[in-house]
Design a protein around this ligand. Structure first.
Ligand SMILES: [Zn+2]
Length: 273
């Protein structure tokens, strides 16, 4: 059975609040956190925004927030690699140490895999689904950004397949953590989204609910879970932080609840040294 983590399980430490995936933590292999907006400085661009990810204010703020979480969880912020997430299905593999500057150019992709211990990998989301993957047998980790377009393209399944192909991962060994995303309760879509999903040939009925004329509600997290199950993931190795970003807008950023450009939360993971 998938382990469900709720709002009350939030970890509060000093100024920061974040969520953990217990099954990921229990491995003892990685440091990780699904950050919230608590402790963030959104609205105040910071000149020392770190790494290449600071392409705009909200990302700078997410990264700045991450600095304080990094101190709590235990990794160096300058070792963080993030992506220019583009809602496609490209998987970026980092298999070399970072340059001595500790900086790496961002890659246009929506999944990031690495076996490097000096790299923390991160994904930024507001309503999309952040997914962290860890293969304890080969010490390989991954971070996935899955919105509806990426989900339709099978980004989570593809990241898993790339772990198998490039690192020899056995899907049944994979430990998976699904972070907070917009829930079925709040994720209303129209024909512009349902049309492509219907014609994909995938079983979208199991993740969508008809609400009224021209409107459906989608469960993106469940859709990604099913993709990974189909690829061999076992429910007993999965933790799901099942908290709707829109319903919990006081602690999580949500585009649906407050519009784009307000902020994003960062989810990250690093192999322990
Ligand atoms: Zn909701």
């Amino acid at each position: 059975m998938i382990q469900i983590v709720g709002r009350d399980d939030v970890v509060i430490s000093g100024d920061v609040a974040y969520f953990e995936a217990p099954r990921l933590k229990a491995l003892g292999l990685v440091n990780h956190a699904f950050c919230t907006r608590r402790g963030s400085v959104h609205g105040k661009p910071h000149p020392s925004a770190i790494l290449g990810g600071g392409r705009d204010q909200k990302r700078s703020c997410a990264l700045l927030h991450m600095e304080s979480v990094a101190n709590t969880v235990g990794f160096e912020p300058k070792r963080l690699v993030t992506m220019d997430q583009i809602h496609e299905d490209r998987v970026w593999i980092v298999d070399k140490p970072l340059p001595s500057s500790g900086r790496s150019a961002n890659c246009r992709s929506d999944a990031l895999l690495t076996d490097q211990r000096d790299i923390a990998i991160g994904v930024l989301t507001a309503d999309c689904v952040p997914i962290l993957l860890a293969d304890p047998n080969h010490a390989v980790i991954g971070a996935v950004h899955a919105g509806w377009r990426g989900t339709l393209l099978g980004i989570a399944r593809k990241a898993l397949h790339e772990m198998v192909r490039c690192f020899g991962t056995r899907p049944e060994d994979l430990v998976v953590a699904i972070g907070p995303s917009i829930g079925e309760c709040c994720y209303e879509v129209d024909e512009a989204v349902m049309g492509p999903l219907r014609s994909s040939g995938w079983n979208w009925q199991s993740f969508s609910r008809y609400k009224r004329k021209g409107k459906w509600h989608l469960d993106l997290a469940q859709a990604n879970i099913q993709q990974m199950r189909d690829a061999g993931m076992r429910d007993e190795r999965c933790s799901w932080i099942r908290i709707c970003t829109a319903c919990n807008n006081d602690i999580l950023f949500s585009y649906r609840a407050e519009g784009t450009g307000v902020g994003e939360q960062i989810s990250f993971m690093q192999l322990r040294g």
